[in-house]
Design a protein around this ligand. Structure first.
Ligand SMILES: [Mg+2]
Length: 280
């Protein structure tokens, strides 16, 4: 095996997990983020966020690891990660990119078609524009621009009734879209999810590690994290101030935080590191 290959991996959702649901702060998790970096354990951010948003956050966190954008649509791998570009990736600046979804324009056309059947019942980032995104999310203008700088998916805010939402979701799915429910938005995209992205990237690390068995931890708070939580050896469910834990199929290897957001993140990561013989 490669002596520098990591044997532990952490995949983490952002909103409501590493970032506080209300304030977007990661401060309570920062000591554990630093511990992971010191121990050479990759912290791979996996979010519904865009590349532009995630680059900003990685910078703030001092994170230089691969990251998964737009709910698993693509994996961005800094060139220093592996000795050679993984099969199926394309080069984009300092990254190798592995794409698992069609372009955003496909979903914008579908939503435009559905606006006749569901008039005034939904809003999306594209239709709301940057000012509308500021209003929906509380992000700054610059942050809203980064949120709208997307390539594979469209966040939709449902405004109508629960029953109509079910019908709307069915229409989208019938037309070939994958619809994932996040903390605030429905994400409309291709057949991709964080779990498939985790599996693909873990296999690349596994190749690098040779015969050494890898162990991974996936961290999330919402339904759109479930595929990733199911795929990982250990799942850490982060308590949310606004909704219940999502339902998981698996029972073993599941941790649940008692604190919400980044404080719960720190608790759970600490517990997982300790269970792997690493003191925090
Ligand atoms: Mg979340």
């Amino acid at each position: 095996m490669n002596g520098n290959a990591p044997s532990l991996l952490v995949f983490s959702d952002l909103d409501g997990s590493l970032l506080d649901h209300h304030s977007y702060s990661f401060a309570p998790a920062l000591p554990l983020v630093k511990t992971l970096a010191e121990r050479g354990i990759p912290l791979i951010l996996a979010s519904s966020k865009t590349r532009a948003e995630m680059l900003e956050l990685r910078l703030a966190l001092g994170n230089t690891q691969p990251f998964i954008v737009e709910n698993g649509a693509a994996v961005f791998i800094p060139r220093h990660t592996f000795p050679a570009p993984p099969v199926g990736t394309r080069e984009l600046g300092d990254y190798w990119v592995y794409e698992m979804a069609p372009a955003r324009s496909k979903w914008l056309a579908l939503l435009a078609d559905l606006s006749a059947e569901f008039p005034g019942e939904f809003d999306s980032f594209h239709s709301a524009g940057v000012a509308g995104i500021v209003e929906m999310t509380g992000l700054s203008m610059t942050q809203a621009q980064a949120a709208n700088d997307r390539f594979y998916s469209e966040p939709v805010r449902w405004l109508g009734s629960k029953a109509r939402e079910t019908l709307f979701t069915r229409r989208l799915r019938d037309a070939g879209a994958t619809v994932l429910k996040g903390g605030r938005f429905l994400s409309v995209s291709g057949n991709c999810d964080k779990g498939q992205a985790l599996r693909w990237l873990r296999a690349r690390y596994q190749q690098q590690a040779g015969g050494t068995a890898l162990k991974d931890l996936a961290i999330g708070d919402s339904e759109n994290d479930c595929s990733m939580l199911e795929a990982a050896h250990t799942a850490l469910l982060i308590r949310s101030p606004v909704h219940d834990f999502p339902a998981l199929g698996k029972v073993d290897g599941v941790l649940r935080s008692s604190a919400c957001g980044p404080a719960g993140w720190a608790q759970g990561v600490s517990q997982w590191l300790q269970s792997n013989g690493i003191s925090t």
